[in-house]
Write a protein that binds this ligand. Structure first.
Ligand code: C2E
Ligand code: MG
Ligand code: MG
Length: 388
């Protein structure tokens, strides 16, 4: 099949037959293995471009499946950089061991060319960078470096605060800040997002209870406040999430203040059945679900009837576009009409100017969120605003 020292570009899976793997050194020949059906051989050719470390010959009529380096590359592209890098390290170690076994102790220096291709180097950088970032996040959780900030969501009708979106903040011990746009995607690649998500839910409910109490004293009789928390896809698979939500719903019972869960369109569309079950369970617990960032994904209005969400948040790209072109304004007007028809409340996100606020209000949007009305701030700030 192939000879030791030849360049290799494929591995083989034996479907039927028998293959011998052997090495040759001058006159001497050493049989390494006899492989039968379902064995794989030549796999090291899939990683890097080192030559075949041994020869292979069929000892019986044999049928093989061929697996090329390209096949593997395609599959590994979607894998974690760390997984890819570990594979390459393991293969290099195997080669080294094999060569040593063949040639005796090697001279100084690496016995095997380390995988030198540029993409392997960037894999390593990516893998180690991500590992470092994950460990930093883990440490940040242990050291309580995360905070929740709260951004007010106002009723257009009377400009009163209806509730808050809870947004996570990471403040490092040296005072520097890491944006959630940078660390949430890293956390989402592992279980860390589930731990972060559970922390967010607990702290959000603690905060809601404090805000609720303050509001009852300051503005007796005013409608109850809500807090929204953001959910990531992996959290749908967190077995601790629903029990935690149930326990938190219990804490909120007897009050009409609310915890709401924000999910994005892409999260819904990627997990239709799971999401429907999740929303149904949230409904039983009295926790409304909010469709976040509408307009950044597929804008599939047709999906809205599949998911029993209570609120739609129009992404700020819509809000910005609305002020810039009459056509966008018509699109938003249409979306607002359909969402209202379906019984949804609408929040316009990212309102930064008086003009945007006026436009959104004129369209019948129910709630507003954005720097024009208030930036995300710590709980103390939200409490102080309640008194104003
Ligand atoms: P999001 O859920 O769409 O949150 C709204 C983002 O828009 C926040 O950014 C907020 O600070 C920002 N924003 C609010 N008003 C304005 C405005 O008028 N103009 C502009 N330019 N931006 C505005 P932030 O806090 O940086 O969060 C970014 C994203 O990170 C969030 O987008 C959310 O997807 C994610 N995130 C934040 N906290 C959490 C969390 O606790 N869990 C999860 N899974 N994701 C979170
Ligand atoms: Mg959100
Ligand atoms: Mg949003």
């Amino acid at each position: 099949m192939f000879r030791q020292g030849e360049p290799g570009d494929a591995a083989y899976v034996i479907e039927t037959g028998l293959i011998e793997i052997y090495t040759e050194q001058g006159e001497s020949r050493a049989s390494i293995a006899h492989l039968g059906p379902n064995s794989i051989l030549g796999e090291m050719a899939l990683f890097g471009d080192a030559d075949r470390a041994a020869s292979a010959q069929a000892l019986a009529p044999t049928q093989l499946l061929r697996l090329t380096a390209d096949h593997l590359r395609e599959r590994l592209e979607g894998a974690e950089p760390l997984t890819r890098h570990l594979l390459h390290v393991l293969v290099a170690r195997c080669r080294e061991l094999l060569e040593r076994a063949n040639a005796g102790p090697s001279p100084a220096g690496p016995a095997v060319q380390a995988p030198a291709a540029a993409d392997l180097g960037s894999d390593r950088a990516l893998a180690f960078g991500r590992l470092r970032a994950e460990q930093d996040i883990e440490q940040a959780l242990a050291d309580e470096q995360f905070q929740l900030h709260f951004q007010p969501i106002l009723r257009f009708a009377d400009q009163s605060v209806a509730g808050y979106e809870a947004l996570i903040r990471w403040v490092k011990p040296d005072g520097s800040r890491v944006s959630p746009g940078d660390f949430i995607p890293v956390a989402e690649a592992s279980e860390l997002i589930c731990r972060i998500g559970r922390w967010v839910v607990r702290v959000a409910v603690d905060s809601l209870l404090q805000l609720d109490q303050a509001q009852r004293q300051l503005q007796p009789g005013s409608p109850a406040l809500f807090i929204t928390v953001n959910l990531s896809a992996r959290q749908l698979h967190d077995p601790e999430l629903l029990p935690l939500l149930a326990a938190q719903a219990q804490r909120l019972q007897g009050r009409d203040c609310r915890l709401k869960i924000e999910v994005t369109e892409s999260l819904m569309i990627g997990n239709v059945a799971l999401m429907q079950a999740f929303i149904a369970r949230c409904g039983e617990l009295g926790l409304p679900v909010v469709l976040d960032d509408f307009g950044t994904g597929y804008c599939s209005l047709s999906y809205l009837h599949l998911f029993k969400v209570q609120t739609m948040k129009l992404d700020r790209s819509f809000v910005r576009g609305m002020a810039e072109s009459p056509a966008s304004e018509k699109v938003v007007r249409g979306i607002v009409a359909i969402a209202h028809d379906l019984g949804l409340d609408i929040v316009a996100e990212g309102i930064e100017t008086e003009q945007q606020a006026a436009q959104a209000a004129a369209m019948g949007v129910d709630y507003a969120q954005g720097y024009h009305f208030g930036r995300p701030g710590p709980l103390a700030e939200a409490m102080a605003q309640l008194g104003q």
